[in-house]
Design a binder for this molecule. Structure first.
Ligand code: PLP
Length: 417
């Protein structure tokens, strides 16, 4: 829809992908603005009628122009570092709309966030809360907080991206939440105002979200009865790409409706923090075929993008569709699509049926999330450029790095005199 063929050439909205890659070089990230707008509108519509707020998870793709687009749509932001805080402030986001998550917030990050008056800290341990209390006291502020509770829910995702089980490092156990909230409320510079969870990423079933939401609603009831004033319930992010945003929203509406009978008088806002579901499908990574190589019975398509540009296949064995930028009539072959990096794990797709020749370009789909934001310089490879497209217009939202950029921060010391 946002990426489709016109006369055998792949287009991003109204612009030829081949034209862009010839202008800006390969590898190249291209994003469709319309895809972002549509995904955001789907979440808004799915939750309409319910007091809600959508916080975009910055780590999915933190390019300033992409943050700015979500800001203009009215999104808040979920951040996990001081660097992400600097980015969202840079684009003029309201600090009140910023939620700070993450297990390892440093003293400096906490102080920075308090000074900027962010909307909420999502606290993942008691020692973290004590640190926030002491920083808030030192700076003479009150810190709005929510505990990130760990609802102990198993999900069917890669173990590296499931976070809601007791055995992993995230959140506080939900059974001890009431006690933690009461203790927190007794601290002079802490104001508990929300409940949060985030059970993992790339979750394609609704049941885990449903179970988590029910647990959060029960905890909300407990906290209200204990006299706390909780204003938001945050279900986190994690929606995968195979489940419709509409059915996710319908599930939330259904659970909340049932709950409302128990607490009709309470006013609170539901927060969600999608990253992937807002931006993944808006992005494609374009790469050039350098060589076609055959070894024994195996065929390799060696491309100029590697695990430094897109690490998801190597890290999580993630599957990304790979399609040609030009639909040629060339004979069809089954290839492993691999990068140029000196690691066996450097692959982008295995056993892909493609009709291609050397010099052609490929598009790796659904790479708007956790693509560029996880890119590295490994093998001294400059980061790719990023292009934003809307209808027939395009903008360079990050220019390609030069070799000089690679070592600009290094000091050359002559150790041997
Ligand atoms: C990563 C993260 C998200 C976003 O996850 P997606 O799978 O991209 O939707 C939301 N909230 C928190 C706390 C996160 O760490």
């Amino acid at each position: 829809m946002f990426f489709s063929y016109q006369d055998k050439f792949l287009f991003a909205e109204g612009i030829s992908v081949r034209m862009l890659v010839e202008l800006y070089g390969s590898p190249l990230y291209i994003y469709s603005q319309q895809a972002m707008l549509d995904a955001y509108a789907q979440f808004s519509q799915a939750l309409s009628g319910l007091s809600h707020h959508i916080h975009y998870a910055v780590k999915a793709n933190s390019n300033l122009s992409i943050l700015s687009a979500f800001n203009q749509l009215g999104a808040g932001f979920d951040i996990v570092s001081g660097g992400e805080l600097a980015r969202v402030l840079e684009i003029g986001a309201s600090p009140q709309n910023i939620i700070f998550s993450g297990v390892g917030k440093s003293q400096a990050e906490i102080a920075q966030a308090l000074s900027e008056h962010i909307g909420c800290f999502q606290v993942e341990s008691w020692p973290e809360l004590e640190r926030i209390q002491s920083e808030a006291a030192r700076l003479d502020k009150t810190a709005p907080i929510a505990f990130r509770v760990n609802p102990d829910i198993a999900i069917d995702s890669h173990p590296y991206i499931s976070t809601g089980l007791k055995e992993n490092k995230f959140g506080v156990p939900i059974e001890s939440a009431l006690e933690l909230y009461l203790q927190a409320a007794s601290l002079p510079n802490i104001s508990p105002m929300g409940i949060a969870c985030h059970i993992g990423s790339n979750i394609d079933a609704l049941e885990p979200f449903e179970q988590a939401l029910d647990k959060l609603l029960d905890l909300f009831a407990e906290l209200i009865e204990a006299g706390l004033s909780i204003q938001y319930i945050n279900l986190g992010g994690g929606l995968g790409l195979k489940t419709s945003i509409q059915s996710y929203g319908a599930m939330i509406q259904d659970r909340v409706q049932k709950f409302k009978h128990r607490y009709p008088e309470e006013n609170w806002t539901l927060i969600i923090e999608p990253g992937r579901a807002l931006i993944a499908e808006a992005g494609i990574l374009i790469t050039k075929i350098e060589y076609l190589k055959t070894m024994d019975e195996k065929h390799f398509c060696i491309v100029d993008a590697g695990m430094n540009d897109l690490i998801r296949p190597a890290l999580y064995e993630a599957f990304h569709d790979i399609i040609p930028v030009y639909q040629s009539e060339h004979f069809t072959q089954t290839y492993d699509v691999v990068g140029p990096i000196c690691e066996t794990g450097d692959f982008l797709g295995k056993q892909r049926t493609l009709s291609v020749s050397m010099g052609d370009y490929l598009a790796i789909l659904s790479t708007g999330a956790y693509g560029m934001s996880m890119a590295s310089h490994y093998n001294s490879r400059p980061l790719a450029a990023e292009i934003l497209v809307h209808e027939n217009k395009h903008w360079v939202i990050r220019s390609k790095e030069s070799y000089r950029d690679l070592f600009a921060k290094e000091q050359l010391i002559n150790l041997l005199g």
